[in-house]
Structures are given as structure tokens and as C-alpha cells.
Design a protein around this ligand. Structure first.
Ligand code: F0G
Length: 451
């Protein structure tokens, strides 16, 4: 029996097609908008395909002790809510997901929020949240018989794609902006065996070019315009709800780049609510960098009815995106949950990243916009002290070690960028010191260290 229960619905005009009918660029033939996966059987209250919340909660918990490979995946453990494959036996998995949810005691204390947590998606096999989406979409690519897969990337998607392609025995093509991605990520694509092309273009240019390529050659597109990516990326929402015993937190804070992740998490929380697994949705807020803030502008200027692309600039290279593909979906997630969309400066990002580092966690710069965003929301009175807040940390700190080292050496930010915050920045800097090889010199180095 087929395990596939899905169809695709156009986000713009509502047209419905089967998965096999999707065009290579995943755009609607009628209106050009993106598709979303839907499961028609879930709508019938007493239908045979509608998941049973009580049974699922029990089953998903049981699977954590299961010996079966698929159950070790924090994505496929929830496979009843992503029936996108003919057979789950075709799933390509690296045991992704099941990432930790950490309390952030120091930041919580400073902010006066008791319940401040970080869902660390950087603790995935290739070090970012992209793995949860890639396992889903790569499985579809394999099941449909593709030989080649491809993505445009600011680095993490390419690392994840290359790894999962290698596991699936497929060949992969990566298009990345020349010089504007972190070395750690580029090294992963190489190591996992992708054909990696550095283009004299930004991320948006890479994606436009790749769209032309997949329309000409039988190459499967694995950017988040591919709706199956978002099916995998919705599963951290299930993990978060499960961790809170199915009482969802009040507020989820997500970085915004191409805006697939915020869309996916919104879908996950919406579906849980619609199926009766949870009683409500959390507020979902999206944070962008000031220099790459097209959604912030769109929502402020026209309520999210249109989006004007910007030329993107930020050292948080993962979110250096000016023309985000999934902006309509992300706008819906923010608007339907009553969340916010705001932007944070380069200094705010750097400070927040160091503070997350000082919690013993660390993350990459793009992830740190979440803490920077919470600080702003709290200062503006938009988050109450009683709220439970979860930051989605999207990437591992080792992804962009250069950024971290530059921060601690004091070479990251310009004088203009750090103006007025010099003391705060200095209090967080922990540059390595050159010290004589004597006990006295090393012990002397301990003196003067704050805290
Ligand atoms: N955080 C990190 C670490 C990312 O790598 C990305 C996106 C985002 C946040 C933003 O997520 O695009 O779903 O809004 N990185 C992509 C890439 C674009 O190519 O790796 P989004």
C-alpha cells in the first residue's frame, strides 16, 4: 500500500496538483507562486486517514526507544504527519533532528523572562536545521529516480544537500555566491563530494540561474521552494511541542533569510493545532538583519501584500538574502499568530552571538538574530516576563569560526557599527592571550577576568 497521502496546493491561486505534476522550478503554471504540501484526508473528521492525536503522541514517544533506523530520525519519527513518500523505506536519513532544547539561564535573568529556551538546530548531522528538510526532499528525489540534485545556497543548504546526496548515491550541484559564504560550509560541500560552483552573483542571482538550469536539465531542485523541504523542516515544531508536553510555548523566534524555515515551523504548529495535538499556536516572530530586511519593510510598508527586493548586506552571511522566495508563507505565519517581524543591527547580532556563546552553547551569526530580536521585543514591552519563549538556533558555532575569532579580537565591527556599545562589546570579548610558559604567567592571566 502506498504511504503517500499528499497533494500540492498553490499558495497564490489555490490550484491543486499531484506531486508528480509539479514543474522543475516548483512554481505554479497558472500564477507563478509556490506550492504547499497538503493532506486531503486530514480534513475529514472521522476519515481513515485523519491522524489520531492520542495514539500518535504515544507512538512517537515509543519510537524514541525503538531499534529501527527510521525511528532514530527526529523527522521520520513523526512520519504520520509527513506522508509524502510511496514507501518510507525510501527515506534517506542521517539520524537528523531530535535536537536539544536548552534553557538560557543567563539571558533569561538579564531579560527578566523566566522561561527562555533555545532549540539548537545546529546540533544536526551537518550542523544546521537544513538537515531536517533535506532528509525529506532528498528522499523524494531518490524515490522519483533523479540522478542529479542541486541548490543555490549561502552555505548550509549546500552542506546538507551534499551530505544527503552522498548518502542517497546521487550527484549534487551547488551554486554559491563567490566569497560571501563561511569557509566551514564550503568545506562541507567539497568533502561530501558536490560539484561546487562559486558564482560572481549573490544568493538571489544563484537561485535565479539555477531555476533556469532545472527547467532545461533533469536536475532536482532542493532549495526551500521545493515544498518537501518544508515538510521536513516543520518537524522541530513537533519536537518543541512534545518537549513542553504538548503545551506550546507562547512565542517562537526564528531568523529570516529566504523565509522557508519560519514558513515551515508555522505549518508544523498549524497542523498540530488543526489535528487536535495542541490547543493553540505560539506567536511566531521573524528577525532579519538590518541590511537584509525585505520582509520587515514589506510588513511595515504594505502589510505584507507585496515585497520589494533589497540588495542584501550583512556579516550573517546565511541570511544575506534580498529577494526571499517564501515571503508570502512567512508573512502568513507571522500574521496568523500575531507575531512580529523586526530587524537587528550588525552590533546587536555580534553581541547576542557572544552572549549565546557565553551560555556554553554558541551558534552561527544568523542564529543570533533571535536573541537580539528578543531583547528588542522585551525592551519594547512586547514580551511579558511570564511568557515562555523559544529561540530557534539554526546553525552550529563552528560553521563560521572566522566571525567568532574576529569578534573576540575586536576586528569584526567598524567603529561606526559599535558606537555607543564599546563597553558592552569589550565585556564579552575573550581574545586568546600569548603568555609565557610559566605557572606564574598563566595564573596572572586569570586576574582581571570579570565574573
Ligand atoms: N540560519 C541559518 C544558519 C541559515 O543557513 C539560513 C538559511 C537561515 C537562518 C534562514 O533560513 O532561509 O529558511 O529563512 N540559509 C540558506 C542556505 C539560505 O542556503 O543555507 P530561511
Amino acid at each position: 500500500m502506498s504511504e503517500n497521502l499528499h497533494q500540492l496546493r498553490c499558495f497564490g491561486c489555490g490550484a491543486r496538483i499531484s506531486g508528480a505534476e509539479a514543474r522543475p522550478d516548483f512554481r505554479c503554471a497558472d500564477c507563478g507562486d509556490l506550492f504547499e504540501v497538503e493532506y486531503p484526508g486530514w480534513g475529514e473528521r472521522k476519515g481513515p486517514d485523519r491522524p489520531n492525536p492520542g495514539a500518535l503522541k504515544w507512538l512517537w514517544r515509543e519510537r524514541r526507544c525503538s531499534a529501527e533506523g527510521l525511528d532514530h530520525s527526529g523527522v521520520w519519527r513523526f512520519r504520520e504527519l509527513l506522508p509524502i513518500l510511496e514507501s518510507f523505506g525510501n527515506a534517506v536519513t542521517l539520524s537528523e533532528g531530535n535536537t536539544p532544547l536548552y534553557h538560557l539561564p543567563r539571558a533569561a535573568k538579564r531579560l527578566g523572562i523566566d522561561q527562555l529556551f533555545a532549540k539548537h538546530q545546529g546540533m544536526n548531522p551537518t550542523g544546521s536545521f537544513k538537515d531536517t528538510g533535506m532528509t525529506a526532499a532528498m528522499s523524494v528525489a531518490k524515490e522519483r529516480g533523479f540522478e542529479w540534485v542541486a541548490c543555490a545556497s549561502t552555505g548550509n543548504t549546500s552542506a546538507a544537500m551534499a551530505a544527503y546526496a552522498a548518502r542517497a548515491g546521487l550527484k549534487s550541484l551547488v551554486l554559491i555566491p563567490d566569497g560571501k559564504i563561511a569557509w566551514g560550509k564550503l568545506s562541507q560541500a567539497m568533502d561530501y563530494g558536490a560539484v561546487t560552483c562559486q558564482l560572481k552573483a549573490d544568493f538571489d542571482g544563484c537561485l535565479t540561474l539555477l531555476t533556469q538550469i532545472v527547467n532545461e536539465a533533469p536536475i532536482y531542485l532542493l532549495n526551500s521552494v521545493n515544498p518537501y523541504r518544508l515538510e521536513g523542516q516543520k518537524t522541530p515544531a513537533f519536537e518543541i511541542a512534545e518537549a513542553f508536553d504538548w503545551n506550546v510555548p507562547d512565542h517562537l523566534i526564528v531568523p529570516g533569510g529566504n523565509l522557508g524555515n519560519s514558513s515551515a515551523l508555522g505549518k508544523g504548529f498549524r497542523e498540530m493545532h488543526e489535528l487536535g495535538l495542541t490547543a493553540r499556536m505560539p506567536m511566531i516572530s521573524v528577525i532579519q538583519a538590518v541590511g537584509a530586511n525585505p520582509l520587515v519593510r514589506s510588513l511595515a510598508e504594505n502589510g505584507g501584500t507585496s515585497l520589494e527586493p533589497v540588495e542584501a548586506h550583512t556579516r550573517a552571511t546565511a541570511i544575506r538574502i534580498g529577494n526571499p522566495a517564501s515571503w508570502r508563507k512567512a508573512a502568513r505565519a507571522i500574521q496568523e499568530t500575531g507575531g512580529w517581524c523586526l530587524d537587528v543591527t550588525e552590533a546587536e547580532i555580534a553581541i547576542a552571538k557572544a552572549e549565546i556563546g557565553a551560555e556554553g552553547l554558541g551558534c552561527e551569526p544568523a542564529s543570533a538574530v533571535t536573541l537580539a530580536g528578543v531583547k528588542k521585543l522585551r525592551a519594547e514591552g512586547r514580551i511579558a516576563s511570564s511568557e515562555t519563549v523559544v529561540l530557534v538556533l539554526t546553525g552550529h558555532t563552528l560553521k563560521d569560526a572566522d566571525y567568532t575569532i574576529d569578534f573576540h579580537r575586536g576586528t569584526l565591527l567598524s567603529a561606526d557599527e559599535s558606537a555607543g556599545r564599546e563597553a558592552e562589546i569589550a565585556s564579552l570579548q575573550r581574545n586568546a592571550q600569548v603568555v609565557e610558559a610559566t605557572p606564574a604567567a598563566v595564573l596572572a592571566a586569570l586576574k582581571g577576568r570579570a565574573e
